[in-house]
Design a protein around this ligand. Structure first.
Ligand code: B12
Length: 368
């Protein structure tokens, strides 16, 4: 929160774009600080229809998450930002722990795939830029609050209203000429700037994302049923729905299928690569064995920036058991003992997933 009272100097918007650019943020816009009616209606109606599954986030309090003035009562505008998370494609599908400068350090026979947005802490890189913008405004006597992937605001709608992109049928916000591999955030401030013009629809008649979803989670243009979306199912607590376990494939965290099928994203994302410091570790794939050899606290230390229900590494183990069933081969000698241990263990949910994985290995003719 900025200084109270005192004189306020106008900060040129160009100063803010310069600060953003120094953080690898090349898309900045301004949204009005008013209630986002469309998002409020969508949250309320979809919650009533159960499409939010067990998610809370922005659904917990739609009155708050759709009104920037609930965060900053005298807000005058919302500066919205998009930062690319498109990294160069890994050279080897099996490589783990690649860094921005050297790729393909470690190879594992059994690993899980991580969606692009979660391979690096892209939120932290965006937040660092937004904080510098907020600080510039605060130094000039304004109030400014940074929000990114926070329950207090619906990031896509405010970014849309601030002219950063259009809503794809896959529900992602697409930046014109760049695609959807962008994380979004904003600075709510009492400084006033002219509002940007929203971007017109760019999907046209294309419906490729519908067919690409492995579980049929896109139920209407821009509408996701979280009960079916793998990106939610891997984060959710409890039993992983059996009908979607095969579709999970080798995904450990997140799912990019609806973006990987999207023509503008396929075509343009490499034009707008993410700027990440050279020594940044990139988790494109993770070693599955680690989830059974490391303690909860070690796992949280390593993967704690990934949201998981109740911060319970148990749900990562559950996901890893499913992936083992879907992708282990005879070469993974440690797998049969591990599955037996968990199938007979005292965690009933993990035991059931281990039994499922055993059956799946038989079905795949990996075990007799
Ligand atoms: C909850 C959540 C999820 C949930 C639910 C997703 C969802 N669609 O709501 C789950 C866990 C499934 C999820 C998955 C993903 N998420 Co998410 N998620 C969020 C979170 C926390 C809240 C989103 C929210 O409020 N949804 C509420 C519903 C109502 O919004 P909506 O689906 O966008 O609905 C809008 C459209 O339907 C549109 N609309 C209305 N009418 C019409 C009509 C037409 C024709 C169209 C096209 C659109 C349209 O208006 C609605 C309201 O704005 C935000 C962070 C935040 N604080 O906002 C990140 C966020 C949306 N997620 C993000 C990302 C990166 C992802 C994934 C790509 C991650 C991954 N690879 O696994 C996937 C994408 C899945 C998908 N296709 O949506 C980014 C999106 C960036 C972008 N460029 O769009 C965000 C903004 C995080 C961030 N700060 O960067 N996510």
């Amino acid at each position: 929160m900025g200084k109270q009272g005192g004189t306020r100097a106008q900060v040129e918007f160009a100063d803010l774009t310069d600060i953003a650019a120094s953080h690898g943020i090349f898309n900045l816009g301004v949204a009005p600080a008013s209630v986002m009616e469309r998002a409020r209606t969508a949250l309320t109606e979809r919650k009533a229809a159960g499409l939010h599954s067990t998610m809370q986030f922005t659904y917990r309090n739609p009155e708050r998450s759709t009104d920037p003035r609930r965060t900053l009562p005298d807000a005058g505008s919302v500066i919205v930002a998009a930062r690319s998370y498109q990294l160069p494609e890994p050279e080897s599908a099996g490589s783990l722990e690649m860094t921005g400068s050297e790729q393909g350090e470690v190879l594992s026979p059994l690993s899980g795939r991580v969606a692009r947005y979660a391979q690096v802490d892209h939120y932290a890189l965006l937040i660092a830029g937004l904080r510098d913008i907020a600080e510039r405004l605060q130094t000039a006597g304004h109030r400014a609050v940074v929000l990114c992937d926070d329950n207090a605001i619906v990031d896509r709608e405010i970014a849309y209203l601030g002219g950063l992109g259009w809503f794809g049928k896959n529900a992602n916000l697409l930046v014109p000429g760049a695609g959807s591999y962008f994380v979004l955030g904003c600075v709510i401030t009492d400084a006033e700037y002219p509002v940007s013009t929203p971007v017109a629809d760019g999907c046209g008649g294309c419906v490729r994302c519908f067919d690409s979803c492995p579980t049929g989670a896109i139920i209407a243009p821009g509408v996701i049923d979280a009960n079916r979306c793998l990106a939610w199912l891997v984060q959710q607590a409890g039993t992983f729905p059996e009908e979607f376990r095969k579709a999970l494939g080798d995904r450990m965290y997140g799912c990019d299928d609806c973006q990987e099928a999207c023509p503008p994203t396929i075509r343009f994302s490499s034009r707008r690569p993410a700027e990440v410091p050279d020594d940044t570790p990139v988790m494109a794939r993770v070693d599955l064995r680690e989830f059974f050899t490391k303690s909860d606290s070690e796992l949280l230390e390593r993967y704690g920036r990934w949201y998981v229900a109740d911060r319970e590494p148990r749900w990562w183990r559950r996901n890893a058991l499913i992936i083992i069933g879907n992708s282990a081969t005879e070469a993974d000698h440690w797998v049969p003992d591990l599955l037996e241990e968990y199938a007979e263990g005292d965690d009933p949910i993990l035991a059931e997933h281990a039994r499922w994985a055993m059956k799946r290995l038989v079905e795949r003719e990996i075990r007799g």
